[in-house]
Design a protein. Structure first.
Length: 309
């Protein structure tokens, strides 16, 4: 019997492998369901709705009588639909709170302080980020730490020092506004200068430009968005500042709006002129609210660019 005559058993055919069904691909632009995202969106929308409700109450209450404010807090003002003096509360607040002089003082003080702050902070941020200064990193951290020091903890030493040099007035308040705003502005501007490519400085150096000319002619114009963001945020913060104004301003002719409103609060509460008091709050709040709404997109874009780079 030869080897070729031996029958070799046939191999069993392999079983077909079944592939698991493919999961359907999500449609373009479709977002995966996330309970955390839903919770976050709900909190944001509730917070937004609460702020809109407060703004609605502020605007409507500034046109109401004191009786309406307490009996119909969320109804529309009665005077809107009848002949009368719908702006009576605003006129009362303007005449009795001294808002005329306070508006001029606030606009001049806040405007100069914000401009000087950005004018000082921009070169500092450029030097810390682009000139290769030794110890620039630690110095930047020190500036950032300055943002975390609450000025309430140093207000008494500041008052004592400024009183000795006769700056316990609007001029001393201007110095404090600039000094307290510089840490945040420098920290903000460093993000914008870091986002600029190095090739710009190299090209300027090849053309014979000095670092000073490079800063003013090339780098500074490119950070226009950052400067607008810094100007707007500082203006909003200083416009609403109250504690320093209470401590350092004594002459009523030089009160800021927030300081004048603080003084007006006592008189209006004593006379039960709550409509005039709320109108005064609206006069102080609405200008900065309008400014923020107009520049909101630019501010958010600027903060995102500065933080992301």
């Amino acid at each position: 019997m030869s080897v070729t005559d031996v029958e070799v058993p046939a191999r069993p055919s392999p079983k077909p492998v079944r592939k698991p069904p493919r999961k359907p691909r999500p449609a373009p632009g479709a977002k995966k369901f996330s309970p955390l995202r839903v919770l976050g969106s709900t909190i944001v929308w509730l917070f937004t709705a609460g702020n809109i409700l407060v703004l609605y109450w502020l605007l409507t209450a500034s046109f109401k009588t004191p009786v309406e404010i307490f009996t119909k807090p969320f109804a529309l003002p009665y005077q809107w639909f009848h002949v009368g003096k719908p702006f009576r509360n605003f006129i009362y607040a303007w005449n009795n709170a001294g808002f005329g002089d306070a508006v001029v003082t606030t606009v001049v003080l806040v405007g100069l302080a914000t401009v000087v702050t950005v004018a000082v902070s921009a070169p500092c941020a450029y030097a810390l980020t682009r000139l290769g200064v030794r110890g620039a990193g630690p110095m930047t951290n020190v500036v950032a730490i300055g943002m975390g020091v609450p000025f309430q903890t140093v207000i008494i030493p500041l008052f004592v020092v400024l009183s000795k040099v006769h700056l316990d007035n609007e001029y001393g308040l201007f110095v404090l506004y600039v000094a307290l705003s510089i840490p945040f502005t420098v920290f903000l501007m460093t993000g914008f200068f870091r986002s600029l490519p190095d090739e710009l400085e190299e090209a300027a150096a090849l053309d014979g430009a000095s670092p000073t000319r490079t800063f003013f002619s090339v780098m500074l114009p490119l950070t226009r968005g950052g400067m607008i963001t810094a100007l707007t945020l500082n203006a909003i913060g200083l416009w609403n500042e109250t504690l320093l104004a209470i401590v350092f301003l004594k002459d009523q002719a030089h009160f800021t709006l927030s300081r004048a409103l603080f003084t007006f609060y006592g008189a209006a509460s004593y006379q039960s002129e709550y409509g005039g008091l709320i109108a005064g709050v609206a006069i102080v709040v609405l200008p900065m609210l309008v400014l923020y709404l107009v520049l909101a997109r630019r501010i958010i874009t600027g903060l995102t660019l500065g933080a992301g780079k």
